[in-house]
Design a binder for this molecule. Structure first.
Ligand code: ZN
Length: 65
């Protein structure tokens, strides 16, 4: 069963479009794309956290010190 993103209707696997609202159903390539995007976002967050950690250690503790 594939889940329609637009009307939440469950459709059989062999259909390309949702029988209820006519919108294209999500396919395997879209799933892979979103997984790839999620992984990229995860590594962006890791990089941002490391950047903040480095800046915390590198920058002075007080602004006018
Ligand atoms: Zn639908």
């Amino acid at each position: 069963m594939r889940h329609c993103l637009y009307c939440q209707h469950n459709s059989p696997h062999h259909l390309c479009d949702c029988p209820q609202c006519g919108m294209p159903l999500p396919n395997a390539t879209m799933d892979a794309q979103s997984r790839h995007r999620q992984r990229r976002f995860f590594w962006f967050c890791v990089g941002l956290a490391l950047f903040c950690l480095v800046m915390m250690l590198w920058l002075p503790r007080t602004i006018l010190g």
